[in-house]
Design a protein. Structure first.
Length: 547
């Protein structure tokens, strides 16, 4: 916090305010001010020209300052500490506190007495119009709390509320000012619209009609008297069939009289050209006015809808562009859907200026929310790059995880990597055991073969009972093949017939190797792999065959 020496209300203080984003402007920036729109604040900051304060407004300001001074003294007695008006800044944010303690831990903010604000204080909940100013004051000063007072400067009408920073609001405030600064850079001031007052078409001259003339011949008097007498004599108390029959005739007669009178009227008017022209002209004016009224009314309603649609479409396009810009910074990830309510923002707005300001404020709010989400995603992406640099393949579902709180996200990263490494270590251990078992089995087999293996075969040549011994002296050697079958070399060229011999295989060694489930029980197992060596004595089998 940097403390400034400019006195509140002085020209130097006003000049200082123009260089910063002030706490009293925070509600307008957030689009919740009762006195200034966000668009008006943009125009003020862009031009640097503040509107003049009229005398009535200045009197209210003076009354508020006087009440503030009295309320400060009352509060000092209540808390037992002095309060000093302070102007301070932090970065681009400025706050002008009505009071601060020497330890800079408690602030004082005063508002002139009004019953609506008193009701909020009693309820313990301030409107955004008030709390955004307090949030900025607390953010700039670093104070623990602000004592918010509404009074007229007297102890009898002294109402106070203790306000402490609400978690998350400071971040929203900073994001709001960041978006405001971005909008300010692109803002183009427009001429402020004057209050619109409807104007009707030019007034028509007062209609004045003078008729001069007379009826030259008529039996109107006799006709009127007779008609009135007969009509008055029509019986209305119907009791008998004759009465009803007479009444039906009278209804028809009255209709005939009405038609005859209307016809006589038209005939008389047609005989007076000027009067007929007058009535026709009046009818034309009336019809033209009616048609114009209906057409213009329809046009007004249609045009209002078209303007609202255009304003809404422009805001939606701007927000879509904003999201696209953010997505370019997120790599393969994309922003989630961010809700906007431009139609709701336009409700109950009666002027184009208020329509545009409401939509612009909603657009700014949506951009701020999108920026907040994007910042959270970027933090998680950085955690992913740092903690899972060699394990990116484990997070192909990052899009569905990226909105988690950073602490939870980092815990998930570490947990998933640990599980993977444990599985890999387990698989490596099993592989090492398998290789070791194979090597052990091979060594065991070699050792057994070395210690107890007899000659590959023991062959005994037996004379055949059916063939006499051959006198020949040359005989071919007899042996056993690798498959255990008897083999004989070809006889010499001068060899004589020799007796048929039988080769008796006395012993055969068989080696069986394979997975545990593929061999018979009783063999030695090494980690799921079995190697066994068997020596079979075939003497009995061969002897029984010979017999």
């Amino acid at each position: 916090m940097k403390i400034h020496t400019e006195v509140q209300g002085s020209p130097e203080w006003l000049a200082l305010r123009s260089k910063f984003f002030t706490a009293s402007e925070a509600p307008a920036m957030m689009g919740v001010s009762k006195y200034q729109s966000r668009t008006d604040l943009l125009a003020l900051k862009k031009s640097g020209i503040a509107p003049d304060v009229d005398q009535a407004t200045q009197r209210i300001f003076d009354q508020g300052h006087a009440a503030e001074a009295s309320a400060r003294a009352i509060l000092e007695d209540m808390i037992g500490e002095d309060l000093f008006p302070v102007v301070a800044s932090s970065g681009m944010l400025l706050a002008s506190m009505d009071g601060m303690t020497m330890l800079e831990d408690v602030l004082f903010e005063h508002k002139l007495l009004n019953q609506g604000l008193v009701a909020q204080i009693k309820a313990g909940e301030l409107e955004p119009h008030y709390y955004w100013q307090l949030e900025q004051q607390l953010l700039v000063s670093g104070a623990e709390k602000a004592i918010f007072v509404c009074s007229d400067g007297t102890a009898e009408n002294f109402h106070q509320l203790e306000y402490r920073p609400v978690p998350g609001r400071a971040e929203q405030l900073l994001a709001g000012w960041a978006q405001f600064e971005a909008d300010l850079a692109e803002f183009v001031p427009v001429e402020q619209p004057q209050e619109v007052v409807g104007k009707a078409p030019d007034e028509l001259p007062a209609l004045r009609i003078e008729l001069t003339g007379m009826v030259t011949a008529s039996n109107l008097k006799v006709f009127e008297e007779s008609a009135m007498a007969v009509i008055g004599a029509v019986k209305t108390d119907l009791q008998t069939d004759q009465d009803f029959a007479d009444a039906k005739k009278a209804v028809k007669w009255c209709g005939d009289v009405e038609a005859a009178v209307e016809a006589a009227k038209k005939q008389a008017l047609s005989q007076t050209a000027s009067i007929e022209e007058l009535f026709k002209a009046l009818d034309r004016v009336k019809a033209y006015a009616r048609d114009t009224r209906l057409a213009v009314d329809k046009r007004v309603k249609s045009q209002e809808v078209s303007i609202k649609v255009a304003i809404k479409a422009k805001a939606e396009a701007a927000f879509t562009d904003h999201i696209a810009t953010i997505n370019k910074t997120l790599g393969r990830l994309v922003m989630p859907s961010v809700a906007t309510d431009f139609a709701g923002a336009m409700k109950n707005k009666r002027t184009l200026a208020s329509l545009r300001d409401a939509v612009d404020s909603e657009l700014a709010r949506a951009k701020i929310e999108a920026n907040r989400i994007a910042d959270a995603i970027r933090i998680n992406l950085e955690s992913l790059r740092t903690l899972a640099a060699d394990h990116a393949f484990l997070f192909r579902d990052a899009q569905s995880l990226i909105l988690k709180a950073n602490d939870d996200f980092e815990l998930l990263i570490k947990s998933r990597i640990n599980e993977y490494e444990e599985e890999q270590a387990k698989a490596k251990k099993l592989e090492e055991e398998r290789v070791a078992n194979e090597e052990a089995a091979a060594a065991l087999l070699a050792e057994k073969s070395k210690d107890s293996s007899p000659p590959a075969s023991e062959v005994q040549v037996l004379p055949s009972a059916a063939v006499a011994p051959s006198p020949a002296t040359g005989t071919a050697p007899v042996g056993v093949s690798s498959r255990g079958s008897v083999t004989r070399s070809a006889p010499a060229a001068n060899a004589q017939p020799e007796p048929v011999t039988q080769a008796q295989v006395r012993r055969i060694t068989i080696v069986i190797e394979g997975p545990t489930e593929d061999v018979a029980l009783g063999m030695t197992a090494f980690g799921g792999w079995i190697t066994a060596a068997y020596n079979y004595d075939c003497s009995d089998m061969i002897n029984s065959s010979a017999a």
